[in-house]
Design a protein around this ligand. Structure first.
Ligand SMILES: [Zn+2]
Length: 262
């Protein structure tokens, strides 16, 4: 009898720790300090034109600007993080490079938390016309007749997208057809469900052909679906772009420049 109770308790303990881990892991505040420091190191490394250093609490820009990495709130909900992400929130969900082993969990949205002040400072505020002057047109899969797309030159993104385009254009016709025409790049707009700025508003994102794309808001009951071949995703990731197909709130046409997560 005692043994049975012990076994029961042990099992309960195990279930509790799994539940606690599942609830806490995606939250920035629960990331141990060394993991947070490593994420901040990656952030500084990813944007060498702008960032100088961090001390775990403050991010220092090359122009001397200092930004606190935390807003001091450890109790934020997923929605609060989406709406008002701190810099640590922005780095809190790891993005896994390479093929997807399984559909992402519902709130597994690496990269969807974005700190507006951080990206406004880097790319400009489009509502004040600051992004527009930094855009150039890049030929999109020119051999396939994909037209051209406006994209920011900040962080060398236009050159990186040109490299992506060349590699995509060299793929077989059955694969490259998913990539063109582009469904859009720069757009001074907010994300539908968050009211926050999307990477499109900073000229640092591209949507590929919508014809074979899947989006959580279009899907019946929100069930995950993807038809984009991984060969396309792999090329974008190689050049610093993350893929919206790795989000629980999936958007398989969407790629954005987020080298800090790769
Ligand atoms: Zn998009």
């Amino acid at each position: 009898m005692v043994n049975l109770q012990r076994i029961g308790l042990a099992r309960l303990n195990r279930v509790c720790s799994v539940l606690i881990a599942a609830l806490c892991c995606p939250l920035a505040s629960s990331k141990p300090a060394p993991a947070q420091a490593a994420s901040l190191d990656a952030l500084v490394r990813a944007y060498p034109d702008f960032l100088a250093s961090h001390d775990g609490k403050v991010l220092v820009w090359k122009d001397g600007t200092r930004m606190p990495v935390s807003d001091g709130r450890s109790d934020k909900t997923f929605e609060e993080r989406l709406g008002h992400a701190s810099i640590l929130d922005q780095l809190s969900i790891p993005y896994v490079k390479g093929p997807l082993a399984r559909p992402p969990a519902p709130e597994q949205d690496p990269g969807r938390f974005r700190n507006t002040a951080f990206f406004d400072k880097m790319y400009g505020d489009c509502s004040r016309g600051e992004v527009q002057g930094r855009l150039v047109k890049v030929a999109w899969l020119p051999k396939s007749g994909g037209g051209s797309v406006p994209i920011t030159t900040v962080n060398g993104i236009a050159d990186r997208l040109r490299a992506v385009s060349e590699e995509l254009d060299a793929l077989g016709p059955d694969i490259r057809k998913f990539a063109f025409p582009s469904a859009g790049t720069f757009n001074c707009r907010t994300v539908k469900d968050t009211g926050n700025r999307s990477m499109h508003a900073w000229g640092a994102a591209i949507d590929i052909n919508t014809k074979s794309s899947d989006y959580w808001l279009w899907s019946q009951g929100g069930a995950y679906r993807n038809r984009i071949p991984f060969a396309i995703v792999e090329i974008f990731e190689k050049h610093g772009f993350i893929w919206g197909g790795k989000w629980g709130h999936f958007d398989t046409m969407h790629f954005e420049y987020r080298p800090e997560l790769l």
